[in-house]
Each structure stands twice: as structure tokens, then as C-alpha cells.
Design a protein around this ligand. Structure first.
Ligand SMILES: *Cc1c(COP(=O)(O)O)cnc(C)c1O
Length: 479
């Protein structure tokens, strides 16, 4: 086995990657394979003898690409975007080469220290208050989690350890299980499913509250729920405010919610801005995070909308000690002399092991510059408004939710069934890909601007696809 062979493989793959991305527009967005398509295409067992890399290369199209959904096609409009850029891919290559496991500072000092600084850079780009940043000199700071779901759970566990600590002091006669059974957290009914899941994993009650007519969680609803629960002897301890809900990208009234949380020391306010958080690098969108200084933790995903490949979920904590203490189980082999002078990020997260993900942020921030990242956000929002305009010009359609970011929620002015049929038809034609959502029994279609390759002409084409499907369905309906 010659190392030289593999170097050639790496070089060939680099060319393949560039070719794939530059021509992704020509590929069918969703593959037409059936479940189980892959097994017959590969041998029953791993090869006993090594194969030439050219054989692997030759199988990529045949085995893999035939079954890939091309998330970076300019006509992929499902879910929310997932980021992709050459600087982030190259950084992942370097991270793969260094291949360190950065659980302690000494396990790879650069891995920890670059992460601390990158989260300060990023926090400043978003206009986060200094109290969240490591450079403020206190205990606060940021950490890269794998996903927003993990960040929500980590924040919940921090909130739980803080409230347990306080209640134990006030009621030394109560057992931990007494206290645990009284804890209750809150979120918008429109919050991401991972919030409810964090409650299940954390073993505490979590209430989904009814939002107002604009799908925003408001102070009065939260205050009523808290009052009601306290009257029952429960202990409210955790509130999640969502900035940019997954269904329809609405924003909870953070400023008001922050005031409610400030009325009770035990309430930990976590902000889930997984998708929309990237837009706060543009000052004109920061009004949507007004009140952020009242939060205890804040999270968004550069891996969604800021050109940093998955996984990279940025989380800031004002008082990481509640998490660090809750998760601290130091065996001798993980202790080191410099403990305390830099964060040992293993205590800030659920897994022990962690990759060198700060490299992706560093490369992307330097090679795009804040200016081009802002352009990327503004372009996606403008493209969403273009689709909105095309929709509004056709009187058969309506917009379901105000368009603020790169998501358009729309439907035919017909029943749920007709709209379900519309989506089936659109996705069946295979030229574009959308997913639906439903709020208060109203079924609608979601068009998210996802790819960094998407241009006006692609949005026009996507609209033509929607229109063509609508024509066909409404014609059938008239018969
Ligand atoms: C996408 C999304 C999540 C989940 O993000 P992961 O990083 O995949 O866990 C959570 N909350 C909101 C509002 C989202 O849009």
C-alpha cells in the first residue's frame, strides 16, 4: 500500500467535489430510487484484498449519487438550509488531518483557544451583549455544540442544576426527587420538537404554550402559566424563546419574555435562534432579538445559514458554571495542571469527545469576511420576497405568514386536501423539493431559499413549477 496512491485519491476527490458543486444545478433534486435500492449495488461483504481507489471513485456516481438528495441544488426548498462552502469543507479536511479530540485544553490547546476566540468574533458580529463573551473577562463565553437540539438540552440541564441548588438551600428537608417532580419549563407550542424532547431527556415537565394570533409567545400567556403552576406548588425554572420558528419563522416576544423571567430568579431564559440567528449579523434584523441581554443562554446554527458546514451550533452562556458543575466528573486521566485557566469544553457539552470545529468558523469568517456573509443573508431574504411577490400576483394563492427571512409560507386559497394534492404534484414532478407544515389545522407549503447557488432565475423556475402544478390541479377540480 503506497501512501502516494491515497494522495492521488485525495487530489481526485478535490476535483470531484468542485465539479459536483459547480454543476449541481443539472442534477435532479430528489432521487427516484426506491427503498432498498443500494444493497444490490454493493457486495455482500467487505473486500478481503484492497481495491484500487479508482474503483471507489467509479462507484460514487453509481452507488451514492443515484441516491442523494441534493440539498445544495438551487431548487431545493425543503426544511431550512444547511450550510456549504469551500472554506468550511477545506477546514474540515484540515480538522480531519489533525484529528485531535479536544476534550481538555492540554489535549490540543489550539482546539480550545481558537474556539474561545471564534465565539467572541461571532458574538460581536451578531451584536450580542458583552456579558455573553469570554473577552468580557468573567466566566461567560461561547462553545460549539453539535446541534441546536443539544444546546437546548444543555441549557435545560444548566437551569435544572441552578434551581436544584437554590431549592435545596431553601428547603433542606426536601429530597431531590421531591424537587424534580415540581420543576416545570415553558416554550411556544410552535417551538422545535427538540425542546419537548429536552424535557423528556432531562426528566422534567415542559409546557407548550399557546402563542398569540401571530404565532408569537407573549408575556401575558407565559405569566399566566407561571402563576397557575406556582399556585399548584410547582417550580417554574426554564423558558425557551424561539427566534424564527421552524414551521413558519415567527419570533417570540423576547423582550417581554425576558421581563417575565427577570421577575423570578429561578427562571433560566434560553434563546433558540437556530435558523434566523445568522441574520443578526445584519444590523437591520437585530430588532428581532431585542431583549437578548435578558437571556441566560443564546444559540444559533452557523451550520444552517452562515456557510459553515454541519455541524457547528454556536452557544453562549452567561454562567457556564451551572453546566460545568453539573457535568463535572473528573477522572484522574483527564486532570491536568492548567485546569481552570481555559475552558475544558468537555464540561460544557454532553459527549466527551469533540472535533476541531472552530477551524471551519475561522476559515469561513476570514475568507468571506462579514461583508460577504451579510450579502449572502440579504440575498436569500430578497429571493424569498421575490417568491412572495410572484405568489401574491397570482390571485389563486395566498401568503400564510409574514415573510421576514428566507422562508415563504403559502397555499392555494383552497382546502387542506387540495393543498396536499398540490404538494404531492410538485414533489412528484421532481424539479423542485418542498415540505409542508400545518398550524391550527391550516395546511400550507413552505418554500425555503436554501442553496448558496440560488439566483433569481431559479426562484422564477421554482415558481413556474408551483404554478404548473396548480394549473393542473385546479383544472381537475373544475371537471
Ligand atoms: C433547525 C432547528 C432546530 C434543530 O436544529 P439542530 O441543529 O438540527 O438540532 C432547533 N430549533 C429551531 C428553531 C430550528 O429551526
Amino acid at each position: 500500500m503506497e501512501a502516494g496512491d491515497f494522495k492521488d485519491f485525495a487530489k481526485a476527490m478535490t476535483d470531484y467535489i468542485a465539479e459536483y458543486l459547480e454543476n449541481i444545478r443539472d442534477r435532479q433534486v430528489v432521487p427516484s430510487v426506491k427503498p432498498g435500492y443500494l444493497r444490490p449495488l454493493v457486495p455482500e461483504q467487505a473486500p478481503e484484498q484492497p481495491e484500487p481507489w479508482t474503483a471507489v471513485m467509479a462507484d460514487i456516481e453509481r452507488v451514492v449519487m443515484t441516491g442523494v438528495t441534493h440539498w445544495h441544488s438551487p431548487r431545493f426548498h425543503a426544511y431550512f438550509p444547511t450550510a456549504n462552502s469551500y472554506p468550511a469543507i477545506v477546514a474540515d479536511m484540515l480538522s480531519g488531518a489533525i484529528a485531535c479530540i479536544g476534550f481538555t485544553w492540554i489535549a490540543s490547546p489550539a482546539c480550545t483557544e481558537l474556539e474561545v476566540v471564534m465565539l467572541d468574533w461571532l458574538g460581536q458580529m451578531l451584536g450580542l451583549p458583552e456579558e455573553f463573551l469570554a473577552r468580557s473577562g468573567g466566566e461567560a463565553g461561547g462553545v460549539i455544540q453539535g446541534t441546536a437540539s443539544e444546546a437546548t438540552l444543555v441549557a435545560l440541564l444548566g437551569a435544572k442544576s441552578r434551581v436544584m441548588h437554590r431549592v435545596r438551600e431553601q428547603h433542606p428537608d426536601w429530597t431531590d426527587s421531591d424537587i424534580l417532580s415540581k420543576l416545570v419549563g415553558y416554550c411556544n407550542k410552535q417551538a422545535h420538537s427538540s425542546v419537548e424532547r429536552a424535557g423528556l431527556l432531562g426528566g422534567v415537565k415542559l409546557r407548550s404554550l399557546q402563542p398569540d394570533g401571530k404565532r408569537r409567545l407573549r408575556a401575558d400567556i407565559l405569566r399566566d402559566a407561571i402563576r397557575e403552576d406556582k399556585a399548584k406548588g410547582l417550580i417554574p425554572f426554564y423558558v425557551v424563546a424561539t427566534l424564527g420558528t421552524t414551521s413558519s419563522c415567527t419570533f417570540d416576544a423576547l423582550d417581554e419574555i425576558g421581563d417575565v423571567c427577570a421577575e423570578d430568579d429561578n427562571l433560566w431564559l434560553h434563546v433558540d435562534a437556530a435558523y434566523a440567528g445568522s441574520a443578526f449579523i445584519c444590523p437591520e434584523y437585530r430588532y428581532l432579538m431585542k431583549g437578548v441581554e435578558k437571556a441566560d443562554s443564546f444559540n444559533f446554527n452557523p451550520h444552517k445559514w452562515m456557510l459553515v458546514n454541519f455541524d457547528c451550533s454556536a452557544m453562549w452562556l452567561k454562567q457556564p458554571r451551572w453546566i460545568v458543575d453539573a457535568f463535572n466528573v473528573d477522572p484522574l486521566y483527564l486532570k491536568h495542571d492548567q485546569q481552570g485557566s481555559a475552558p475544558d469544553y468537555r464540561h460544557w457539552q454532553i459527549p466527551l469527545g469533540r472535533r476541531f470545529r472552530a477551524l471551519k468558523l475561522w476559515f469561513v469568517l476570514r475568507l468571506y469576511g462579514v461583508e460577504n456573509l451579510q450579502k449572502h443573508i440579504r440575498k436569500h431574504i430578497a429571493l424569498a420576497h421575490l417568491f412572495e411577490k410572484l405568489c401574491l400576483e397570482d390571485e389563486r394563492f395566498e401568503i400564510v405568514e409574514e415573510v421576514t427571512m428566507g422562508l415563504v409560507c403559502f397555499k392555494l386559497k383552497e382546502s387542506n386536501e387540495v393543498n396536499e394534492e398540490l404538494l404531492r404534484m410538485i414533489n412528484g414532478r421532481g424539479r423542485i423539493h418542498l415540505v409542508p407544515s400545518k398550524i391550527d389545522d391550516v395546511y400550507f407549503l413552505r418554500l425555503a431559499v436554501c442553496s448558496r447557488f440560488t439566483e433569481e432565475k431559479d426562484i422564477q423556475e421554482s415558481w413556474e413549477e408551483v404554478k404548473a402544478s396548480a394549473d393542473e390541479i385546479l383544472k381537475k377540480l373544475k371537471k
